[in-house]
Write a protein that binds this ligand. Structure first.
Ligand code: GRF
Length: 209
């Protein structure tokens, strides 16, 4: 089966992007990263992608008058690269419902909490402040509502007594780098079926990784 053509959208550091690029180097991995797009020209991840010989593009949100104009330029880049799957990886720009609709069932996001808990920003600090014993990360399909959408994979990270934001974030990030490539693999293999809010993974009876 031909490998699926994937674009990764970033805004910053790009460590999840790097994990996806590395996974896609695997001989039997069912997807290839054909493009990394940043909405900010100064995203650190752009240089990382370049050192990995992955094509990059900047669609600078500051140079477009409207969200629609920005997304039209973004869509043009994706179409030119014949992209089939989009992975948001630290992409800090809300997408319009019509863009999300265009990529329904083909666009993933990673979020640093066990959704539906702690949507939005500062998830680690909020989990600590709430006294959560269990934290983690989620890969989900993107829907118009932020940090919502059918869940593909989650990894739980227990909160430890001595945790601060940095320590907890580092352990969650390690899990992000594990589950994002695993989730993309499932999508690229056409093994995911969305039923309402749930994602059914073909070939497994479990609801959990
Ligand atoms: C990650 O924690 C991701 O879950 C969240 O933003 C952060 C991006 O980090 N959406 P990186 O750019 O992948 O290093």
């Amino acid at each position: 089966m031909a490998r699926k053509r994937v674009a990764i959208l970033i805004s910053g550091r790009g460590s999840n992007m790097a994990a996806l690029i590395e996974a896609a180097r695997g001989k039997d991995y069912p997807a290839e990263i054909v493009l990394v797009v940043s909405n900010r020209p100064d995203a650190q991840g752009l240089a990382v992608a370049e050192t990995q010989d992955v094509a990059t593009a900047v669609v600078d949100q500051a140079s477009f008058p409207t969200r629609e104009a920005f997304e039209a330029a973004l869509q043009a880049k994706l179409a030119a690269a014949k992209v089939e799957i989009v992975c948001l990886a630290g992409f800090l720009r809300r997408l319009t419902a019509s863009f999300v609709e265009r990529w329904r069932g083909k666009m993933l996001n990673i979020h640093p909490s066990l959704l539906p808990a702690f949507k939005g920003l500062d998830t680690h600090a909020r989990a600590l402040a709430a006294g959560a014993k269990s934290h983690g990360c989620t890969v989900h399909f993107v829907v118009p509502e932020i940090d919502s959408g059918p869940i593909v994979l989650q990894a739980e990270v227990p909160v430890q007594n001595g945790d601060d934001v940095e320590k907890l974030a580092a352990r969650v990030l390690a899990e992000e780098h594990r589950i994002y490539p695993a989730a993309l693999k499932l999508l690229a293999e056409d093994r995911l079926r969305i039923e309402g809010e749930r994602v059914i993974v073909a070939g497994t009876a479990k609801a959990k990784d």
